[in-house]
Design a protein around this ligand. Structure first.
Ligand code: FES
Length: 146
């Protein structure tokens, strides 16, 4: 990593992470959705993407899911009404938990960035995130864990 980029990454991390985390928590952007596990898949109600903002129903861009068996959360990103992308928030460089925000996943450890489809945007990570097949019906989103 170049010196200038390293310094920039450190400054953003030192200032941005605590500020960003407090802002995200205070505005409720990070939301852990309820899910159930059945036959190798997680089931999430579509209604988990809805929230009330200024007395209006609006849709969340993403929700997080707890996965005890994997040790890291899954981010379920909504790309349109029937398409969702599920990515494990484990950095493929050295295994740090990724942050979600600004339409990307970012690693607080060494600065890697990933798109919401799990593709590497910025190293040092050189492998895409683990993603999971998803399906939907009129009521639920299904995430296949294998
Ligand atoms: S562990 Fe994520 S960039 Fe190193």
């Amino acid at each position: 990593m170049e010196r200038r980029k390293f310094i920039k990454t450190c400054c953003y991390s030192a200032i941005g992470i605590p500020l960003g985390a407090s802002l995200l928590q205070s505005c409720g952007a990070i939301y852990y959705a309820a899910s159930t596990r059945e036959a190798g898949r997680l089931v999430v109600a579509r209604s988990e993407f809805m929230k009330v903002k200024k007395n209006k129903q609006v849709s969340r861009d993403f929700v997080l899911l707890k996965t005890d068996s994997m040790g890291f959360p899954i981010c379920l990103y909504k790309t349109n009404e029937d398409t969702y992308i599920a990515s494990l928030l484990k950095c493929t460089h050295n295994g740090c938990e990724l942050n979600v925000g600004g339409g990307i996943y970012s690693c607080p450890c060494h600065g890697s960035e990933f798109s919401t489809t799990g593709k590497v945007l910025e190293g040092p990570a050189d492998r895409d995130l683990k993603t999971f097949k998803t399906e939907t019906d009129h009521e639920n989103i299904y995430i296949y864990l294998s």
